[in-house]
Design a protein around this ligand. Structure first.
Ligand code: COA
Length: 162
């Protein structure tokens, strides 16, 4: 079996393991100006209602490294996207969409009614992803982001699951 086989396999989405956290921190650092270290991610992962999903290629040679991650927090019958990021070299290949779909599927199965998120109004790639999945804008927060060079407006978006 050649390495080519490995690279042609579609990524799978699964629950992050503790050993994935350093790679998740690396993807986070490559995606956002504020950094979350592995220790901070571990604290988050231990919180009630928090799930960290990762996409990785299945591999006959061992566990594949994370290509992207999604962090969700659930409280009662509502949930929020804490953050999502895909490694810069892996973007535009459907991984972000696959992570979000897996998260939505899971929340639907848990009888969650709504999923909320906040997104920088200038983040075109994220907006394309969220709108394509059916998220609708339900509010705006001016000055929410301080480091994006724009006016910092955050769009609050929601998708109804029930
Ligand atoms: C936002 C992000 C997670 C998207 O992940 P991705 O794996 O590149 O997205 P996908 O390949 O699954 O694309 C999903 C959809 O958005 C579109 N899209 C995503 N990025 C795009 C881009 N840069 N230009 C045009 N379209 C884009 C895709 O065409 C696709 O549309 P489709 O469903 O109609 O085919 C990724 O760009 C990222 O990690 N950004 C940095 C972190 C970030 O901003 N996170 C969001 C915080 S709110």
């Amino acid at each position: 079996m050649s390495f080519w086989w490995f690279w042609t396999q579609a990524p799978v989405v699964e629950e992050a393991l503790d050993e994935d956290l350093p790679k998740i921190a690396e993807i986070h650092a490559a995606s956002f100006s504020h950094k979350w270290g592995a220790a901070e991610l571990a604290r988050m992962k231990a919180q009630k209602g928090v799930n960290i999903l990762i996409a990785r290629r299945s591999s006959p040679y061992g566990t594949g490294t994370p290509l992207g991650f999604l962090i969700l927090r659930r409280a009662a019958d509502e949930a929020e996207v804490i953050t999502i990021a895909v490694h810069p070299r892996q973007r535009g290949r459907g991984i972000g969409k696959k992570l979000m779909e897996a998260g939505l599927f899971r929340l639907y199965g848990e009888r969650c009614t709504h999923l909320f998120l906040e997104v920088d109004a200038t983040n075109e790639a994220a907006l394309l992803l969220y709108r394509g999945l059916g998220f609708k804008e339900v509010g705006r927060r001016k000055g929410y982001y301080s480091d994006n060079g724009g006016d910092g407006t955050a769009l609050v978006m929601r998708i109804d699951l029930r």
